[in-house]
Design a protein around this ligand. Structure first.
Ligand SMILES: Nc1ncnc2c1ncn2[C@@H]1O[C@H](COP(=O)(O)OP(=O)(O)O)[C@@H](O)[C@H]1O
Ligand SMILES: O=C(O)[C@H](O)[C@@H](O)[C@H](O)[C@H](O)COP(=O)(O)O
Length: 177
């Protein structure tokens, strides 16, 4: 379990594509006065190209990307800054790698929602490289993090503001405020 202290924390807003990682991450960062990093922007070009073609990423594709996210969190924490990053973090081994990178000082906000709602939200998005056809493989790959240390789960069937507020309330007892 991450320590309860007043020091800077790293938070990853996680979930499958369309769950609202970018939207909630930005809102939560605003509420907690933390810097927000869009994890999608750290993907190597080859990953973006693959996803654009509707090809799911493999573990080998994701590892260099997770390491870049890990380095970004580590750099922020080293300066004493808290940071929020959006990252699908679908498997437990990915989350463990990210926890190690953040020196154990990492919390996850897991955005949980039905396939129908996720598909609807992905469908409404324009100009994004991720096709809705990849939702199926995202859901198959997802290992639900609920119950792991430092994880809070929030339901996405709400407004962006209320979801971010729910996440903030659930993080507060863990020492993240
Ligand atoms: N709670 C919400 N209510 C309504 N629309 C939402 C909500 N969360 C996200 N969206 C919209 O759904 C789409 C996917 O959200 P996004 O933040 O890009 O998700 P992700 O980063 O997980 O792929 C975007 O068009 C976004 O504006
Ligand atoms: O691990 C993965 O397969 C990808 O990282 C994926 O989960 C991620 O969601 C994409 O970057 C698409 O971006 P959005 O999540 O913003 O749709």
């Amino acid at each position: 379990m991450p320590e309860r202290t007043n020091r800077a924390h790293a938070i990853i807003v996680m979930g499958v594509s369309g769950s609202g990682k970018s939207s909630i991450g930005e809102k939560l960062a605003e509420a907690l006065s933390l810097r927000f990093i869009e994890g999608d922007q750290l993907h190597p070009a080859s990953n973006v190209e693959k996803m654009s073609k509707g090809i799911p990423l493999t573990d080998a594709d994701r590892m260099p990307w997770l390491d870049l996210i890990g380095e970004a969190m580590k750099a922020a924490l080293a300066k004493g800054d808290g940071v929020i990053v959006s990252c699908s973090a679908l498997k437990r081994i990915y989350r463990e790698r990210l926890r190690v990178a953040a020196g154990g000082n990492l919390f996850f906000v897991y955005l949980e929602g039905s396939k129908e709602l996720l598909s609807e939200r992905m469908g409404h998005r324009s100009g994004h490289f991720m096709p809705t056809s990849l939702l199926e493989s995202q859901l198959e790959t997802l290992e639900v993090p609920t119950g792991e240390p430092g994880v809070v789960t929030v339901d996405i069937d709400d407004t962006i503001e209320d979801i971010a507020e729910e996440a903030r309330k659930k993080l507060a007892p863990l020492g993240v405020a």
